[in-house]
Design a binder for this molecule. Structure first.
Ligand code: DX5
Ligand code: ZN
Length: 218
């Protein structure tokens, strides 16, 4: 089983973005996690295409784009063109989720769906076979540096059961409050991809922290 560490560039120093991207390039990390927020779906605005283009220009690892936006269909082809390898949309933001998933795939990307802390995994039952990844939010989306929500462990186990015999290659990703303190327990619950922002960038030696995370999961 391959475990994925995806540092969230939301926690990077935007004044030194190229430096932080190079740090991730040189590190043990697997993906870049790119958090796009629109100020409508979530109570915060992060960044859009110009920053995405800057990341793409320097990044040597794949871009895992987490869209916290309403009406994502409007922008999916453009994010694909801007260099996204994976696009994850929110269940709560998609009226026609099946259509949105097909659009992500038709745009040439792997497709993911994110669930807010209050959204049960069973709501994905009828699209689970179409998905490459499910992102379980372990905080309410919108901000880095929030406290991890404990119910996440149970949700990972629920998702593990849901994919059994149906889509066992599905990636179970966790995002929000992930750190060296809870990553081992998240692995035991069944997660295999980990987004971390502040737990990496707020340390004195981010690339060393990534090594420590990687060591805990492999
Ligand atoms: C939150 C974002 C996360 C965020 C995680 O809405 O989706 O990816 O950057 O930050 P930490 O790891 O600091 O909770
Ligand atoms: Zn995210």
């Amino acid at each position: 089983m391959k475990y994925i560490i995806a540092p969230s560039i939301l926690a990077a120093d935007f004044g030194n973005l190229q430096r932080d991207i190079e740090m991730i390039n040189q590190s043990e990390a697997d993906w870049f996690h790119v958090d796009v927020m629109d100020g409508v779906f979530v109570p915060n605005i992060s960044f859009g295409f110009p920053v995405m283009a800057a990341v793409k220009k320097h990044a040597t690892k794949s871009l895992d784009v987490h869209l916290m936006i309403v009406d994502p269909d409007k922008f999916i082809p453009e994010f694909a063109k801007a260099g996204a390898d994976r696009i994850t949309v929110h269940y709560e933001a998609c009226t026609h989720l099946h259509r949105t998933i097909q659009l992500i795939k038709a745009s040439g990307c792997k497709a993911g769906v994110a669930l807010n802390p209050h959204t049960p995994v069973t709501l994905l039952q009828d699209v689970i076979e179409d998905l490459d990844l499910v992102l379980i939010m372990s905080v309410n989306p919108g901000f880095g540096g929030q406290a991890f929500i404990h119910n996440t462990y149970k949700k990972i186990q629920d998702l593990k059961r849901l994919i059994q015999g149906v889509n066992e290659d599905l990636i179970i990703q966790v995002d929000g409050g992930v750190s060296l303190l809870n990553i081992t327990k998240l692995v035991s619950a069944g997660a295999n991809a980990f987004v971390a922002g502040s737990a990496i960038f707020a340390t004195d030696n981010p690339s060393q922290t990534i090594i420590e995370m990687k060591n805990l999961v492999t």
